[in-house]
Design a binder for this molecule. Structure first.
Ligand code: HEM
Length: 475
């Protein structure tokens, strides 16, 4: 084994700039440079430290693991590479079992080993495709309600609107509540989630106005809300929550406290990722009007004026290819984290316990060796392309693969099926799009989009600038 401090990477002695700052200025671009310069295992700072997402005090350094081979090593060995909550390092009170914050943020991401396996088995049943497909009418109904005024507003901020839509749909499917009946709860949870995400960004960016206090203050009222929903679940409409309460497999019933942690994690893991995927899919279609027209034609042809059923949706192959391609070029979770345990190896290196290891679905999806013209949005490639689980991993792979993959895909499909026959999505004549990596892939600023009723649309090309052009070619 080669000594850890010899892992290639920027040399701290000769570095002219702070490596963490360079990373944060343009995470994906900086990682591409490191990958090209140093190979598939790169230490952010050679010799270890500082931590990127975990505090320096907890980590022995940060290592990037590029390419499908390294991703496979990490994802097939969950005992050597642990998942860790991004939230607990920010809040010391999470160490305390009695804190609301700890209880509501303890879901699958915080568990490892046999506890993880056991909890995962308990929560998997309601995520089966056959169950999530029963939500098609609800997805249509909520999308109709949330988007009903889009075309009367002038350009919308697509990032904001996708988030509102994703949270309302998820809130309903996971918790059995309808957004319109619970506007207060919905907006309360949303602002709290935004503060929580803000707190994690604040940590990495060292923002002076880190919103941690608000997160602390409101954790107990959020917990009370989730407990009430849990207790009321048996009387509710079908939802993931009611399934978990009513149909727990024998010997695998969840306690109320376990359930609350999971529910919160589902909303947390689902809403930004689904929102990001809706946003980027609509952006890609707006910047590729021919593909948008082809997809709209397919949807209209299959619906024939009716409502989408699970069966009809399964026949929409181009829709499937568009979503696969969108999640390839702009995956909602572009990078993911693990923490190395004693005895973990990457390539020829032994990684000390506590090393933060980052693998990148984004960079794998843009490898020319696996994808022809990787920076081109080309849904047709999926007619014949069959990558392995580690060459295409928008939902990760292995024993910790996203449990919400079918649900997320079904939501995105339902939203597109509702929107595309009604509206044309038009970008402004000129737009700057810089990619930002927080927990998910987001535009660094607003993403204005004109929503034009289909019968009034006359598509016009738009000029796209910004760092997105380093990773994507536009016609
Ligand atoms: C397009 C939307 C989504 C994307 C791109 C996505 C992506 C991912 C990825 C990449 C992971 C693995 C993270 C890692 O390796 O650390 C993951 C895990 C997870 N996701 Fe998703 N996700 C999405 C939607 C959802 C939804 C809707 C839910 C639930 C309602 C969900 C629940 C989870 C959970 C609980 C885990 C942890 C699994 C475990 O550790 O066993 N996700 N997701």
């Amino acid at each position: 084994m080669t000594a850890y401090h010899l892992i290639p990477g920027p040399d701290p002695a000769s570095a002219t700039s702070d490596p963490i700052r360079s990373y944060l200025a343009d995470p994906l671009g900086h990682m591409s440079i490191l990958y090209e310069r140093y190979g598939d295992v790169v230490a952010l700072v050679r010799g270890g430290n500082p931590g990127l997402y975990l505090p320096e005090t907890t980590t022995t350094g940060t290592v990037f693991a590029f390419g499908p081979k390294q991703a496979e090593v990490i994802l097939r060995n969950p005992t050597q590479f642990h998942s860790h909550s991004l939230i607990s390092p920010l809040f010391p009170e999470c160490e305390n079992k009695d804190s609301s914050l700890r209880r509501i943020t303890t879901g699958l991401f915080s568990h490892n080993g046999s506890v993880h396996q056991c909890q995962r088995k308990k929560v998997m049943p309601p995520f089966q495709r056959s169950f999530v497909e029963t939500f098609s009418p609800d997805i249509t109904c909520i999308t109709a309600e949330i988007t009903s005024t889009w075309d009367q507003k002038g350009p919308i901020d697509l990032a904001q609107e996708s988030t509102t839509l994703a949270l309302a749909i998820l809130w309903h499917i996971v918790l059995g509540e309808k957004g319109k009946e619970y506007p207060h709860l919905l907006s309360h949870t949303r602002s709290w989630l935004e503060h929580l995400i803000g707190a994690s960004k604040g940590y990495t960016l060292n923002l002076p106005d880190n919103p941690q206090d608000r997160v602390r203050d409101e954790a107990s009222s959020i917990e009370a809300t989730f407990r009430r929903l849990w207790q009321e679940a048996l009387q509710k409409e079908q939802s993931i929550l009611t399934q978990l309460c009513r149909h727990a497999p024998q010997g695998a019933a969840l306690s109320e406290t376990e359930g609350i942690g999971h529910l919160f994690t589902f909303v947390m893991a689902g809403y930004e990722t689904v929102a990001s995927s809706i946003l980027w899919t609509l952006f890609l279609l707006a910047s590729h009007p021919n593909q948008m027209a082809q997809l709209t034609e397919e949807i209209e042809g299959h619906l024939n004026g009716g409502d989408p059923s699970a069966e009809t949706i399964r026949h929409m192959t181009y829709l499937d290819h568009v979503i696969k391609e969108s999640l390839r070029v702009l995956p909602a979770a572009p990078i993911c984290w693990r923490i190395a345990q004693q005895g973990a190896h990457l390539g020829p290196w032994e990684i000390p316990a506590g090393t933060e290891v980052i693998y990148s679905p984004f960079h794998i999806h843009h490898l020319a060796g696996f994808y022809d013209q990787p920076n081109t949005f080309s849904p047709d490639r999926w007619a014949t392309l069959r990558p392995s689980a580690f060459e295409y991993l928008p939902f990760s792979a292995g024993p910790r693969k996203c449990i919400g993959a079918s649900l997320a895909t079904h939501i995105i499909k339902g939203v597109l099926i509702y929107l595309l026959p009604r509206y044309h999505f038009q970008l402004p004549d000129r737009i700057k799009v810089n990619l930002q990596v927080g927990i998910t892939l987001q535009p660094a600023a607003e993403l204005p989009m004109k929503i034009i009723p289909r019968h009034l649309a006359s598509p016009t090309p738009s000029e796209i600038e910004g760092n997105i052009r380093h990773h994507l070619k536009f016609q």
